[in-house]
Design a protein around this ligand. Structure first.
Ligand code: PMP
Length: 449
Protein backbone atom coordinates (compact mmCIF):
# COMPACT_ATOMS: atom_id res chain seq x y z
CA UNK A 1 0.00 0.00 0.00
CA UNK A 2 1.54 3.31 -1.09
CA UNK A 3 0.97 6.59 0.73
CA UNK A 4 3.60 8.54 -1.16
CA UNK A 5 1.23 11.37 -2.14
CA UNK A 6 0.39 11.89 1.55
CA UNK A 7 4.10 12.07 2.30
CA UNK A 8 4.60 14.79 -0.32
CA UNK A 9 1.58 16.76 0.86
CA UNK A 10 2.84 16.62 4.42
CA UNK A 11 6.20 18.02 3.33
CA UNK A 12 4.41 20.90 1.59
CA UNK A 13 2.11 21.42 4.58
CA UNK A 14 5.01 21.75 7.03
CA UNK A 15 6.19 24.83 5.13
CA UNK A 16 2.94 26.73 5.67
CA UNK A 17 1.13 25.17 8.65
CA UNK A 18 2.63 24.71 12.15
CA UNK A 19 3.35 20.98 12.53
CA UNK A 20 1.82 20.66 9.07
CA UNK A 21 -1.72 20.61 10.46
CA UNK A 22 -4.67 22.73 11.57
CA UNK A 23 -5.34 20.70 14.73
CA UNK A 24 -2.59 18.75 16.54
CA UNK A 25 -4.69 15.56 16.87
CA UNK A 26 -4.29 15.12 13.10
CA UNK A 27 -0.55 15.61 13.13
CA UNK A 28 2.82 13.91 13.34
CA UNK A 29 2.68 13.72 17.14
CA UNK A 30 0.33 10.78 16.65
CA UNK A 31 0.32 9.80 12.96
CA UNK A 32 3.74 8.30 12.32
CA UNK A 33 5.78 8.67 10.19
CA UNK A 34 3.41 11.24 8.61
CA UNK A 35 -0.34 11.81 8.53
CA UNK A 36 -2.52 10.51 5.73
CA UNK A 37 -4.28 13.02 3.47
CA UNK A 38 -7.83 12.18 2.55
CA UNK A 39 -9.42 13.07 -0.77
CA UNK A 40 -13.06 12.35 -0.06
CA UNK A 41 -15.54 10.66 2.23
CA UNK A 42 -18.63 8.73 1.25
CA UNK A 43 -20.88 6.96 3.75
CA UNK A 44 -18.70 4.89 6.08
CA UNK A 45 -15.67 5.17 3.79
CA UNK A 46 -12.69 7.48 3.38
CA UNK A 47 -10.53 7.66 0.25
CA UNK A 48 -6.98 8.99 0.44
CA UNK A 49 -4.85 10.87 -2.08
CA UNK A 50 -3.11 7.61 -3.08
CA UNK A 51 -6.39 5.88 -4.03
CA UNK A 52 -6.51 3.79 -0.85
CA UNK A 53 -9.94 3.13 0.66
CA UNK A 54 -10.72 2.85 4.37
CA UNK A 55 -13.69 1.98 6.53
CA UNK A 56 -13.75 5.00 8.82
CA UNK A 57 -14.35 4.37 12.54
CA UNK A 58 -13.17 7.88 13.45
CA UNK A 59 -16.06 9.80 11.88
CA UNK A 60 -14.23 13.11 12.29
CA UNK A 61 -14.12 12.43 16.06
CA UNK A 62 -17.88 12.34 16.42
CA UNK A 63 -19.76 14.79 14.21
CA UNK A 64 -20.52 12.45 11.30
CA UNK A 65 -23.52 10.73 12.86
CA UNK A 66 -24.83 9.87 9.36
CA UNK A 67 -21.41 9.16 7.84
CA UNK A 68 -19.67 11.16 5.13
CA UNK A 69 -21.68 13.31 2.73
CA UNK A 70 -25.13 11.98 3.77
CA UNK A 71 -27.37 12.68 0.76
CA UNK A 72 -30.31 14.25 2.64
CA UNK A 73 -28.06 16.61 4.60
CA UNK A 74 -26.03 17.58 1.54
CA UNK A 75 -29.15 18.19 -0.53
CA UNK A 76 -30.67 20.39 2.18
CA UNK A 77 -27.52 22.50 2.34
CA UNK A 78 -27.22 22.76 -1.45
CA UNK A 79 -30.80 24.00 -1.70
CA UNK A 80 -30.28 26.48 1.13
CA UNK A 81 -27.10 27.86 -0.40
CA UNK A 82 -28.96 29.41 -3.33
CA UNK A 83 -30.90 31.58 -0.86
CA UNK A 84 -27.72 33.12 0.58
CA UNK A 85 -25.15 31.50 2.86
CA UNK A 86 -25.80 33.92 5.72
CA UNK A 87 -28.27 36.75 5.97
CA UNK A 88 -26.88 38.22 9.18
CA UNK A 89 -30.36 38.57 10.60
CA UNK A 90 -33.04 36.26 11.98
CA UNK A 91 -34.43 33.43 9.85
CA UNK A 92 -37.22 30.91 10.23
CA UNK A 93 -34.75 28.00 10.14
CA UNK A 94 -33.21 28.96 13.50
CA UNK A 95 -36.63 28.94 15.16
CA UNK A 96 -37.40 25.56 13.60
CA UNK A 97 -34.16 23.93 14.71
CA UNK A 98 -34.46 25.43 18.20
CA UNK A 99 -38.01 24.03 18.43
CA UNK A 100 -36.73 20.61 17.39
CA UNK A 101 -33.93 20.69 19.98
CA UNK A 102 -36.39 21.78 22.64
CA UNK A 103 -38.54 18.72 21.81
CA UNK A 104 -35.61 16.30 21.75
CA UNK A 105 -33.32 17.42 24.58
CA UNK A 106 -34.50 17.42 28.21
CA UNK A 107 -34.26 20.80 29.99
CA UNK A 108 -33.45 22.68 26.77
CA UNK A 109 -36.20 25.25 27.39
CA UNK A 110 -34.23 27.97 25.60
CA UNK A 111 -31.37 27.51 23.14
CA UNK A 112 -28.54 29.73 21.87
CA UNK A 113 -26.57 28.69 18.78
CA UNK A 114 -22.78 28.88 18.54
CA UNK A 115 -20.24 27.77 15.94
CA UNK A 116 -18.42 25.07 17.91
CA UNK A 117 -18.38 23.09 21.12
CA UNK A 118 -15.66 25.38 22.45
CA UNK A 119 -17.89 28.42 22.10
CA UNK A 120 -20.83 26.57 23.63
CA UNK A 121 -19.01 25.70 26.87
CA UNK A 122 -17.30 29.10 27.06
CA UNK A 123 -20.61 30.95 26.88
CA UNK A 124 -22.42 28.51 29.14
CA UNK A 125 -19.76 29.04 31.81
CA UNK A 126 -20.17 32.83 31.59
CA UNK A 127 -23.92 32.38 31.81
CA UNK A 128 -23.63 30.20 34.92
CA UNK A 129 -21.39 32.77 36.56
CA UNK A 130 -23.57 35.70 35.52
CA UNK A 131 -26.77 34.00 36.63
CA UNK A 132 -25.45 32.79 39.99
CA UNK A 133 -23.20 35.75 40.81
CA UNK A 134 -20.51 33.21 41.83
CA UNK A 135 -16.98 32.90 40.37
CA UNK A 136 -15.70 29.35 40.71
CA UNK A 137 -16.30 26.39 38.44
CA UNK A 138 -15.48 22.75 39.08
CA UNK A 139 -14.19 20.46 36.34
CA UNK A 140 -12.87 16.92 36.42
CA UNK A 141 -9.49 15.42 35.55
CA UNK A 142 -9.40 14.06 32.02
CA UNK A 143 -12.47 15.99 30.86
CA UNK A 144 -12.11 18.22 27.82
CA UNK A 145 -14.49 21.10 27.30
CA UNK A 146 -12.89 22.92 24.38
CA UNK A 147 -10.12 25.35 23.67
CA UNK A 148 -10.59 28.20 26.12
CA UNK A 149 -8.41 28.93 29.09
CA UNK A 150 -10.79 28.37 32.03
CA UNK A 151 -11.14 24.66 31.25
CA UNK A 152 -7.82 23.81 29.57
CA UNK A 153 -6.44 22.24 32.69
CA UNK A 154 -5.69 18.61 33.72
CA UNK A 155 -6.75 17.19 30.37
CA UNK A 156 -4.19 14.37 30.29
CA UNK A 157 -1.54 15.43 32.81
CA UNK A 158 1.51 13.16 33.00
CA UNK A 159 1.28 10.58 35.79
CA UNK A 160 4.39 11.92 37.54
CA UNK A 161 2.86 15.30 38.39
CA UNK A 162 -0.75 14.46 39.29
CA UNK A 163 -0.61 15.28 43.00
CA UNK A 164 -2.99 13.67 45.48
CA UNK A 165 -6.55 12.69 44.54
CA UNK A 166 -8.00 15.12 47.07
CA UNK A 167 -5.83 17.97 45.93
CA UNK A 168 -4.65 17.48 42.34
CA UNK A 169 -1.90 19.74 41.00
CA UNK A 170 -3.43 22.09 38.42
CA UNK A 171 -1.66 21.52 35.12
CA UNK A 172 -2.57 23.83 32.25
CA UNK A 173 -2.64 22.36 28.75
CA UNK A 174 0.67 23.84 27.63
CA UNK A 175 2.13 27.33 28.10
CA UNK A 176 0.09 30.49 27.54
CA UNK A 177 -2.55 29.88 30.19
CA UNK A 178 -1.89 32.15 33.19
CA UNK A 179 -2.24 30.67 36.70
CA UNK A 180 -4.55 33.59 37.51
CA UNK A 181 -7.01 32.39 34.86
CA UNK A 182 -7.13 29.00 36.53
CA UNK A 183 -7.49 30.37 40.05
CA UNK A 184 -11.28 30.05 39.83
CA UNK A 185 -11.22 26.56 38.32
CA UNK A 186 -11.32 23.66 40.77
CA UNK A 187 -10.19 20.22 39.57
CA UNK A 188 -10.94 16.81 41.10
CA UNK A 189 -11.02 13.17 39.87
CA UNK A 190 -14.25 11.87 38.32
CA UNK A 191 -16.36 8.88 39.42
CA UNK A 192 -15.62 9.62 43.09
CA UNK A 193 -18.70 10.70 45.02
CA UNK A 194 -16.92 11.36 48.29
CA UNK A 195 -14.41 13.85 46.90
CA UNK A 196 -17.16 15.53 44.88
CA UNK A 197 -19.36 16.01 47.91
CA UNK A 198 -16.51 17.31 50.06
CA UNK A 199 -15.39 19.79 47.38
CA UNK A 200 -18.84 21.11 46.50
CA UNK A 201 -19.75 21.59 50.17
CA UNK A 202 -16.49 23.38 50.91
CA UNK A 203 -16.80 25.81 47.99
CA UNK A 204 -20.56 26.14 47.63
CA UNK A 205 -20.71 29.86 48.43
CA UNK A 206 -18.31 30.65 45.55
CA UNK A 207 -19.11 27.75 43.24
CA UNK A 208 -21.27 28.63 40.24
CA UNK A 209 -21.06 25.41 38.27
CA UNK A 210 -20.03 21.78 38.05
CA UNK A 211 -19.19 21.01 34.42
CA UNK A 212 -18.94 17.36 33.40
CA UNK A 213 -18.90 15.12 30.38
CA UNK A 214 -21.69 12.70 31.36
CA UNK A 215 -19.66 9.92 29.73
CA UNK A 216 -15.94 10.61 29.53
CA UNK A 217 -15.06 10.72 25.85
CA UNK A 218 -11.65 12.37 25.96
CA UNK A 219 -9.94 9.66 27.97
CA UNK A 220 -11.10 6.84 25.79
CA UNK A 221 -14.59 5.95 26.96
CA UNK A 222 -15.28 5.92 30.67
CA UNK A 223 -18.87 5.45 31.76
CA UNK A 224 -20.16 6.87 35.02
CA UNK A 225 -20.31 4.37 37.88
CA UNK A 226 -23.89 3.37 38.73
CA UNK A 227 -25.62 6.21 40.59
CA UNK A 228 -22.65 8.59 40.13
CA UNK A 229 -24.50 11.10 37.95
CA UNK A 230 -27.60 10.82 40.12
CA UNK A 231 -25.52 11.61 43.21
CA UNK A 232 -23.82 14.47 41.35
CA UNK A 233 -27.26 15.88 40.61
CA UNK A 234 -28.32 15.57 44.26
CA UNK A 235 -25.13 17.14 45.62
CA UNK A 236 -25.28 20.11 43.24
CA UNK A 237 -28.98 20.73 43.93
CA UNK A 238 -28.53 20.51 47.70
CA UNK A 239 -25.67 23.03 47.60
CA UNK A 240 -27.27 25.44 45.14
CA UNK A 241 -24.65 24.82 42.44
CA UNK A 242 -25.57 24.57 38.75
CA UNK A 243 -24.86 21.35 36.83
CA UNK A 244 -23.78 21.48 33.18
CA UNK A 245 -23.66 18.33 31.05
CA UNK A 246 -21.16 18.91 28.27
CA UNK A 247 -22.84 16.78 25.62
CA UNK A 248 -20.63 17.86 22.73
CA UNK A 249 -19.84 14.17 22.15
CA UNK A 250 -22.84 12.38 23.71
CA UNK A 251 -25.51 14.78 22.40
CA UNK A 252 -27.74 13.25 19.68
CA UNK A 253 -25.44 10.20 19.80
CA UNK A 254 -26.41 8.08 22.81
CA UNK A 255 -30.11 8.87 22.45
CA UNK A 256 -32.25 11.61 20.84
CA UNK A 257 -31.95 13.56 24.11
CA UNK A 258 -28.30 12.62 24.68
CA UNK A 259 -26.94 11.44 28.03
CA UNK A 260 -29.66 13.23 29.99
CA UNK A 261 -32.18 10.92 28.35
CA UNK A 262 -29.91 7.86 28.32
CA UNK A 263 -29.20 8.05 32.08
CA UNK A 264 -32.46 9.80 33.04
CA UNK A 265 -30.67 12.65 34.82
CA UNK A 266 -31.65 16.32 34.50
CA UNK A 267 -28.93 18.93 34.02
CA UNK A 268 -29.44 22.69 34.44
CA UNK A 269 -27.40 23.53 31.36
CA UNK A 270 -26.35 21.42 28.38
CA UNK A 271 -23.84 22.04 25.59
CA UNK A 272 -23.99 20.37 22.19
CA UNK A 273 -22.00 20.48 18.94
CA UNK A 274 -20.49 17.59 16.91
CA UNK A 275 -23.47 15.39 15.92
CA UNK A 276 -25.82 18.41 15.90
CA UNK A 277 -24.40 19.60 12.57
CA UNK A 278 -23.63 16.14 11.12
CA UNK A 279 -20.43 17.57 9.63
CA UNK A 280 -21.24 21.29 9.60
CA UNK A 281 -19.75 23.60 12.25
CA UNK A 282 -22.49 24.40 14.71
CA UNK A 283 -22.91 24.19 18.47
CA UNK A 284 -25.45 25.26 21.03
CA UNK A 285 -25.92 25.81 24.71
CA UNK A 286 -29.29 25.39 26.27
CA UNK A 287 -30.90 25.14 29.66
CA UNK A 288 -33.71 25.79 32.01
CA UNK A 289 -35.70 28.89 31.17
CA UNK A 290 -34.89 30.79 34.35
CA UNK A 291 -31.14 30.40 33.85
CA UNK A 292 -31.16 31.11 30.09
CA UNK A 293 -33.26 34.22 30.79
CA UNK A 294 -30.12 35.83 32.24
CA UNK A 295 -29.22 36.42 28.55
CA UNK A 296 -32.36 38.51 28.01
CA UNK A 297 -31.74 42.26 27.82
CA UNK A 298 -35.20 43.24 29.04
CA UNK A 299 -34.44 41.62 32.39
CA UNK A 300 -31.62 44.17 32.86
CA UNK A 301 -27.82 43.79 32.61
CA UNK A 302 -27.82 40.62 30.49
CA UNK A 303 -25.00 38.11 30.35
CA UNK A 304 -23.18 38.71 27.07
CA UNK A 305 -23.34 36.27 24.19
CA UNK A 306 -23.13 37.18 20.52
CA UNK A 307 -21.40 36.18 17.28
CA UNK A 308 -21.37 37.13 13.60
CA UNK A 309 -21.78 33.53 12.44
CA UNK A 310 -24.23 32.40 15.14
CA UNK A 311 -27.18 30.45 13.70
CA UNK A 312 -25.53 30.19 10.31
CA UNK A 313 -28.18 29.19 7.79
CA UNK A 314 -26.23 26.43 6.07
CA UNK A 315 -25.34 24.74 9.36
CA UNK A 316 -28.93 24.99 10.53
CA UNK A 317 -30.23 23.38 7.35
CA UNK A 318 -27.75 20.56 7.92
CA UNK A 319 -28.90 20.24 11.53
CA UNK A 320 -32.58 20.18 10.56
CA UNK A 321 -32.01 17.41 7.99
CA UNK A 322 -29.88 15.42 10.42
CA UNK A 323 -32.25 15.70 13.39
CA UNK A 324 -35.17 14.78 11.14
CA UNK A 325 -33.38 11.60 10.08
CA UNK A 326 -32.45 10.77 13.67
CA UNK A 327 -36.05 11.04 14.88
CA UNK A 328 -37.71 9.39 11.85
CA UNK A 329 -39.32 5.97 12.23
CA UNK A 330 -39.56 6.27 16.02
CA UNK A 331 -35.83 6.83 16.43
CA UNK A 332 -34.90 3.61 14.60
CA UNK A 333 -31.50 5.23 13.86
CA UNK A 334 -30.55 4.77 17.52
CA UNK A 335 -31.30 1.02 17.44
CA UNK A 336 -29.04 0.78 14.45
CA UNK A 337 -26.24 2.87 16.00
CA UNK A 338 -26.28 0.83 19.20
CA UNK A 339 -26.60 -2.55 17.47
CA UNK A 340 -23.69 -1.92 15.12
CA UNK A 341 -21.58 -0.41 17.91
CA UNK A 342 -22.27 -3.34 20.24
CA UNK A 343 -21.31 -5.82 17.51
CA UNK A 344 -17.94 -4.09 17.20
CA UNK A 345 -17.44 -3.95 20.99
CA UNK A 346 -18.23 -7.63 21.57
CA UNK A 347 -16.33 -8.65 18.43
CA UNK A 348 -13.10 -6.92 19.52
CA UNK A 349 -13.45 -8.33 23.06
CA UNK A 350 -13.75 -11.82 21.60
CA UNK A 351 -10.64 -11.33 19.44
CA UNK A 352 -8.69 -10.05 22.44
CA UNK A 353 -9.78 -13.07 24.51
CA UNK A 354 -8.91 -15.59 21.81
CA UNK A 355 -5.48 -14.01 21.34
CA UNK A 356 -4.89 -13.46 25.07
CA UNK A 357 -4.33 -9.74 24.47
CA UNK A 358 -3.77 -7.64 27.56
CA UNK A 359 -6.46 -5.17 26.66
CA UNK A 360 -10.08 -4.18 27.17
CA UNK A 361 -12.86 -2.44 25.28
CA UNK A 362 -15.11 0.08 27.06
CA UNK A 363 -18.09 1.50 25.26
CA UNK A 364 -21.69 2.48 24.97
CA UNK A 365 -22.96 1.36 21.55
CA UNK A 366 -21.99 4.06 19.04
CA UNK A 367 -18.88 5.21 20.93
CA UNK A 368 -16.19 3.00 22.38
CA UNK A 369 -12.47 2.66 22.95
CA UNK A 370 -9.89 -0.08 22.94
CA UNK A 371 -7.30 0.15 25.74
CA UNK A 372 -4.05 -1.75 25.97
CA UNK A 373 -3.84 -2.01 29.76
CA UNK A 374 -3.31 -4.54 32.52
CA UNK A 375 -6.39 -3.21 34.34
CA UNK A 376 -9.79 -4.88 34.01
CA UNK A 377 -11.53 -1.51 33.74
CA UNK A 378 -10.57 2.17 33.55
CA UNK A 379 -12.65 4.38 35.79
CA UNK A 380 -10.95 7.76 35.70
CA UNK A 381 -8.21 9.78 34.07
CA UNK A 382 -5.57 8.66 36.59
CA UNK A 383 -6.10 4.99 35.78
CA UNK A 384 -5.90 5.89 32.12
CA UNK A 385 -2.67 7.92 32.21
CA UNK A 386 -0.91 5.49 34.54
CA UNK A 387 -1.89 2.22 32.86
CA UNK A 388 -2.74 2.71 29.18
CA UNK A 389 -0.09 1.90 26.60
CA UNK A 390 -0.30 4.75 24.04
CA UNK A 391 2.65 3.49 21.98
CA UNK A 392 1.02 0.10 21.37
CA UNK A 393 -2.27 1.79 20.53
CA UNK A 394 -0.53 3.92 17.87
CA UNK A 395 1.07 0.81 16.38
CA UNK A 396 -2.34 -0.86 16.41
CA UNK A 397 -3.74 2.15 14.52
CA UNK A 398 -0.98 1.84 11.91
CA UNK A 399 -1.64 -1.88 11.44
CA UNK A 400 -5.35 -1.17 10.97
CA UNK A 401 -4.61 1.57 8.46
CA UNK A 402 -2.61 -0.87 6.36
CA UNK A 403 -5.65 -3.16 6.37
CA UNK A 404 -8.10 -0.48 5.25
CA UNK A 405 -9.47 0.69 8.61
CA UNK A 406 -9.09 4.28 9.76
CA UNK A 407 -9.14 5.23 13.47
CA UNK A 408 -7.53 8.01 15.45
CA UNK A 409 -4.21 6.61 16.71
CA UNK A 410 -4.69 8.47 20.02
CA UNK A 411 -5.57 6.22 22.96
CA UNK A 412 -7.66 8.95 24.61
CA UNK A 413 -10.01 9.30 21.62
CA UNK A 414 -12.89 7.01 20.61
CA UNK A 415 -14.16 4.87 17.79
CA UNK A 416 -17.42 6.29 16.45
CA UNK A 417 -20.26 4.55 14.61
CA UNK A 418 -22.60 6.31 12.18
CA UNK A 419 -25.92 5.34 10.65
CA UNK A 420 -23.94 4.72 7.43
CA UNK A 421 -22.05 1.78 8.98
CA UNK A 422 -23.31 -1.62 7.89
CA UNK A 423 -22.87 -5.16 9.12
CA UNK A 424 -20.38 -5.61 6.27
CA UNK A 425 -18.31 -2.73 7.73
CA UNK A 426 -18.34 -4.51 11.10
CA UNK A 427 -17.18 -7.77 9.50
CA UNK A 428 -14.45 -5.92 7.62
CA UNK A 429 -13.41 -4.00 10.76
CA UNK A 430 -13.23 -7.12 12.94
CA UNK A 431 -11.22 -9.00 10.33
CA UNK A 432 -8.73 -6.12 10.27
CA UNK A 433 -8.57 -6.04 14.09
CA UNK A 434 -7.90 -9.78 14.17
CA UNK A 435 -5.15 -9.56 11.55
CA UNK A 436 -3.60 -6.49 13.24
CA UNK A 437 -3.52 -8.21 16.62
CA UNK A 438 -1.84 -11.26 15.08
CA UNK A 439 0.70 -9.08 13.24
CA UNK A 440 1.56 -7.19 16.44
CA UNK A 441 1.85 -10.42 18.44
CA UNK A 442 4.25 -11.83 15.88
CA UNK A 443 6.61 -8.89 16.36
CA UNK A 444 6.31 -9.17 20.16
CA UNK A 445 4.86 -5.64 20.23
CA UNK A 446 1.61 -6.64 21.91
CA UNK A 447 1.47 -7.37 25.63
CA UNK A 448 -0.33 -10.70 26.17
CA UNK A 449 -1.50 -12.51 29.26
N1 PMP B 1 -16.55 19.45 24.79
C1 PMP B 1 -16.25 18.17 24.56
C2 PMP B 1 -16.77 17.11 25.49
C3 PMP B 1 -15.47 17.81 23.45
O1 PMP B 1 -15.14 16.52 23.26
C4 PMP B 1 -15.02 18.83 22.58
C5 PMP B 1 -14.19 18.51 21.34
N2 PMP B 1 -13.59 17.31 21.29
C6 PMP B 1 -15.37 20.14 22.86
C7 PMP B 1 -16.14 20.43 23.96
C8 PMP B 1 -14.95 21.26 21.93
O2 PMP B 1 -15.67 21.18 20.76
P1 PMP B 1 -15.14 21.87 19.41
O3 PMP B 1 -13.97 21.06 18.95
O4 PMP B 1 -16.33 21.82 18.49
O5 PMP B 1 -14.78 23.27 19.74
Amino acid sequence: MSTVNSKHLFERACKVLPEGVSSPVRGPRYFKPYPIYMRKGQGSKLFDVDENEYVDFNMALGPLIHGHAPPTVIEAVKNAMDQGTMLGINQEIEVEVAEKIEQMVPNADLIRFTNSGTEATMHAIRLARGYSGKKKILKFEGHFHGNHDYVLVNIQPPASVLGSRRSPVKIPQGPGIPDETLSNTLVIPWNDTEILEETVKRHKDDLALVITEPVMGNCGLIAPKPEYLKTMREITTENNVLLLFDEVITGFRLAPGGAQEYFKIDADLVTMAKALGAGFPIGAFAGKREIMNALVAEKGNPVHHSGTYNANALCLHAARASLKALTARNGEAYNQLHTIGNRMITGIRKIFKENKVEGIVQGIGPMFQVYFTKLKSINDSRESVTSVDQATYSRFGRELLQRGVFISPIASENWFISTAHSNADVDFGLKAVNASVKALEKTGALPTK
